[in-house]
Design a protein. Structure first.
Length: 63
């Protein structure tokens, strides 16, 4: 793991430039680990909800 903690948290929301206005896209730092929370298909599109595993781990450690 060669990324700094700041780089891991750095992401860019790029959906405002997407050709498909209903899509929500984001660029994540290399090595970001995501946990899939839910997956749904709504007739013509997939919705995948994810959570940053590192953030979840930090929240669990604090309680």
């Amino acid at each position: 793991d060669n990324s700094s903690e700041l780089a891991k948290k750095n992401l860019a929301n790029i959906w405002k430039w997407s050709a498909n206005t209903e899509e929500k896209e984001a660029l994540l730092a290399v090595g970001t680990k995501l946990k899939v929370i839910s997956v749904h298909y709504f007739g013509y599109k997939w919705e995948i909800e994810v959570e940053d595993e590192e953030e979840q781990h930090q929240n669990t450690s604090m309680t």
